[in-house]
Design a protein around this ligand. Structure first.
Ligand code: ATP
Length: 306
């Protein structure tokens, strides 16, 4: 488990991370979402002890990162896939990490196999594609078989097969009871991968919620189609619904659920050819939550305007 309490980091006058309190629980995938400059990377760096908080703290299973005996065995992270020296062979890079962290050498072959790199482990990293480097970064994160994993932009550079693979891997790690934190700019990917989501903007935590609950909170509507002209729109409005026309004789209905709409149609002998509940996308919900923050941010700071 990762727990942050009033976690804050300021650079000069800028609050990169501003009094964040959250818990990232085991057995589920937690997504860290936020516009550019929201504080996602700073939060991850603070979790990993790469930066020190100005105020508050963050603990990994009750201890700060720097207090962990064998960090790679407790927490694995993919941060920057390009960080590995290009002249190194992939296998040697992993062997060196294993040796310096007291990890059995046998894990190297295992993680190369899991990440689909078994056949290229002898090659120098400089010749790797971004997708292969990404897989190597994931192999390094998995090396110590840690209970906690952090993947920053995990699908970066991966082709569709790779994206499918990483999605499955992330899910299986959480299903094994591990704590998994991913950060991504790709909303559709996040919606598929994460069970829980933390939304940051301007360093502040705007939402800490289950994914399904968050998307449901955004509303949604029901798309209804009939054949020919019918009085359905007026009938639904009379029942308290809000109805907006959609192309192709469709109606976007809010305020009534599909069962209630079907009942109104049946009572008046109106045949329906479509009745589709539509949830908003994570992207729509995200924009609604973060937009006021972005607008505020677009205004010049007082000191900038001078
Ligand atoms: N080392 C630093 N020195 C000064 N300011 C910094 C430093 N690191 C981050 N910041 C500032 O802190 C804020 C948060 O940055 P951070 O990189 O954590 O955001 P992010 O959500 O990861 O953004 P992005 O999605 O663009 O990577 C930004 O305003 C950034 O300019």
């Amino acid at each position: 488990m990762i727990e942050a309490d009033e976690l804050s980091k300021t650079y000069g006058r800028r609050h990169a991370v501003d009094h964040l309190t959250f818990s990232i629980l085991p057995g589920r995938v937690t997504g860290l979402l936020g516009p550019n400059g929201a504080g996602k990377s700073t939060t991850i760096r603070l979790i990993l002890g790469l930066d020190s908080p100005t105020h508050g703290h963050v603990r990994i299973d009750g201890r700060p990162y720097r207090g962990l005996d064998r960090p790679l065995r407790q927490i694995g992270a993919l941060l920057d896939a390009n960080a590995v020296h290009g002249g190194r062979r992939a296998r040697d890079h992993l062997r060196w990490l294993a040796q310096t962290n007291d990890i059995p050498r046998g894990r190297v072959a295992e993680v190369l196999r899991v990440t689909g790199l078994a056949d290229v482990g002898h090659r120098r990293v400089g010749g790797f594609s971004l997708g292969m480097k990404q897989r190597l970064g994931i192999a390094a994160a998995l090396l110590g078989d840690p209970e906690i994993l952090i993947f920053d932009e995990p699908v970066n550079g991966l082709d569709p097969d790779g994206v499918h693979w990483i999605r499955g891997l992330i899910r299986s790690l959480a299903a094994e009871g591990r704590t998994v934190l991913i950060s991504s700019h790709l909303m559709s990917e996040m919606q598929l991968a994460a069970d829980h989501v933390l939304i940051l903007a301007r360093g502040r935590l705007l939402s800490d919620s289950g994914m399904a609950e968050l998307v449901r909170s955004g509303g949604g509507d029901v798309l209804v189609r009939t054949i020919g002209d019918t009085p359905l729109a007026a009938l639904l409005t009379a029942c308290g619904a809000t109805v907006a026309p959609e192309p192709g004789q469709g109606l976007a209905v809010t305020g009534l659920d599909p069962g209630e709409i079907a009942a109104v149609a049946a009572t008046h002998g109106i045949a329906l050819v479509e009745l589709t509940p539509r949830a908003p996308s994570l992207e729509e919900v995200f924009r609604r939550i973060t937009d006021p923050e972005l607008q505020y941010r677009a205004e010049p700071h007082r000191e900038d305007a001078r």
